[in-house]
Design a protein around this ligand. Structure first.
Ligand code: C2E
Ligand code: MG
Ligand code: MG
Ligand code: MG
Length: 274
């Protein structure tokens, strides 16, 4: 009996692997076309000031609704994009959509809010990254101070001296940088003082477990360090009022999550936030 149970688990695991493999093959066979046809769209999710509940900035998140495959999550298509060298194209298309949004806001005499874009490690370390970014910003006559570059802690900061050089260069051009998914990677706290970043985003796994005394202590310490180093803090994945309250009490200025808003299409965002 026990043996057949274990056998079932192995079978399920294998089926799951087959499914993933098939799914990845399907994705990779359509993704190149999708990028060429500009099928990648962008959704906006606000980062909310926890004191007065206004929008501090926005995060732009890639979305792909494939005509043949339907809705594919960014985690799934970015994983494939990383293997097929399409990440940079996708990131750049997202940036271009954000720059078009800035342009439209200006045209409509509406307030421009800073927007954060996610940059994959491979893209962040690419020698053409800053040049291409700057060229696009020039093309749309945008203000770099409204653009925040989000890099995930986990992979992006493996080469600390190089990362520092890139962030310095971004700063010199007026962009700002944010460390995403903070706390879950293997990096040491030391890089917080080594890198001239302006924001860190506390990973959703911490926000989810704030009721746990260990997690609470870690978040409290992160916030104190960030404050001492003059780094803005954003908590990811805020889903309950209780979490928002604790974070505010601990001195976290900004929150992002379903409690406030899910990522929504840009047109919807425009309607909702004048
Ligand atoms: P991320 O940058 O850490 O983005 C946060 C993710 O958490 C988003 O997932 C967002 O929809 C989700 N989220 C926000 N609030 C909540 C909440 O309260 N609860 C829960 N459960 N989830 C919440 P999404 O949009 O599926 O994106 C996943 C990841 O894909 C992103 O994580 C980012 O690493 C990557 N990604 C998305 N767009 C891009 C892009 O344009 N370029 C690159 N390189 N990566 C991207
Ligand atoms: Mg992000
Ligand atoms: Mg994140
Ligand atoms: Mg995350």
């Amino acid at each position: 009996k026990a043996k057949s149970k274990a056998g079932n688990v192995v079978m399920e695991y294998k089926n799951e692997m087959d499914r993933n493999l098939k799914q990845n093959l399907l994705i990779s066979s359509h993704l190149t076309e999708a990028v060429k046809n500009k099928e990648i769209q962008v959704y906006f999710q606000p980062k909310i000031n926890l004191k007065n509940r206004t929008v501090s900035s926005i995060e732009a998140l890639a979305r792909w609704n494939s005509p043949t495959l339907g809705f594919i999550s960014p985690q799934d298509f970015m994983a494939v994009a990383e293997k097929t060298g399409l990440v940079r194209d996708i990131d750049l298309q997202v940036i271009e959509l954000v720059l078009q949004w800035f342009q439209n806001r200006k045209k409509d005499s509406k307030k421009v809010i800073p927007v954060a874009v996610n940059i994959s490690p491979e893209h962040f370390y690419h020698p053409r990254f800053i040049d291409q970014l700057s060229d696009l910003v020039k093309k749309y006559d945008a203000d770099p101070t409204n653009i925040i570059i989000e890099i995930t802690e986990n992979m992006s900061l493996v080469d600390l001296p190089k990362a520092r050089q890139i962030i310095n260069e971004l700063n010199a051009k007026g962009f700002s940088s944010s460390v995403d998914d903070f706390g879950m990677g293997y990096s040491s706290l030391n890089y917080l003082q080594e890198l001239p970043i302006s924001e860190l985003k506390i990973d959703r796994n911490f926000t989810m477990k704030l009721h746990d005394s260990g997690t609470y202590a870690i978040v409290k310490a992160i916030l104190q360090i960030a404050d001492a180093l003059n780094i803005e803090t954003v908590a990811e994945g805020v889903e309950t009022e209780e979490q928002a309250r604790i974070l505010k009490e601990l001195g976290c200025n900004t929150g992002q999550g379903y409690l406030f808003d899910k990522p929504i299409p840009v047109e919807e965002f425009n309607r909702k936030f004048e």
